[in-house]
Design a protein around this ligand. Structure first.
Ligand code: CUA
Length: 162
């Protein structure tokens, strides 16, 4: 079978590109612990504020009996509630977040915390922050004119008593 030399060259280029892409995805999954969120849990977006897990009183950080933390948040046009979350470093944190209006996203740069927030579903992300500091929670799905201003603070502090 005859293959034109130029075509052959491009076959190698595509082969290398494929290896780089599959390699970087494998690296991100195995070494950096980045996985697509797999939680499928539905909720009625119309009654979030009235009853259940995401009423105003229930938002924020809760400590679980095993020492891990759960952070409940609502992403709504154009903010995250609560607007400031403080968690200790080196502690397993489960973020549970949902939206009462339209699709938003959450992304904390330099961490593996990133997910879409789809109304009708609870997005859940488990993470452990390894560095203290002030981080921003940013909306990374275009959600309207206020999208650029939709962000909130995440403070990672030293563990209490250490
Ligand atoms: Cu919310 Cu963009």
């Amino acid at each position: 079978m005859h293959i034109d030399p130029l075509e052959k060259k491009w076959m190698y280029v595509i082969g290398i590109m494929t290896l780089v892409m599959v390699g970087s995805m494998t690296y991100a999954a195995v070494v950096m612990n980045m996985h697509p969120p797999s939680n499928v849990e539905t909720i009625d977006p119309k009654t979030l504020h009235l009853s259940g897990e995401f009423t105003e009183d229930n938002l924020g950080v809760t400590e679980n009996p095993d020492g891990t933390l759960t952070v409940r948040m609502v992403a709504a046009r154009y903010s995250f509630y609560p607007q400031m979350v403080e968690v200790p470093v080196d502690t397993r944190v489960t973020f549970r977040i949902t939206s009462p209006d339209i699709v938003h996203g959450v992304h904390v740069p330099f961490t593996n915390y990133t997910t879409m927030v789809v109304p009708g579903y609870v997005a859940e992300v488990n993470t452990t922050f390894q560095k203290t500091g002030d981080f921003s929670l940013l909306c990374n799905e275009y959600c309207g004119l206020g999208h650029d201003h939709m962000w909130s603070r995440l403070k990672v502090v030293d563990k209490a008593g250490s």
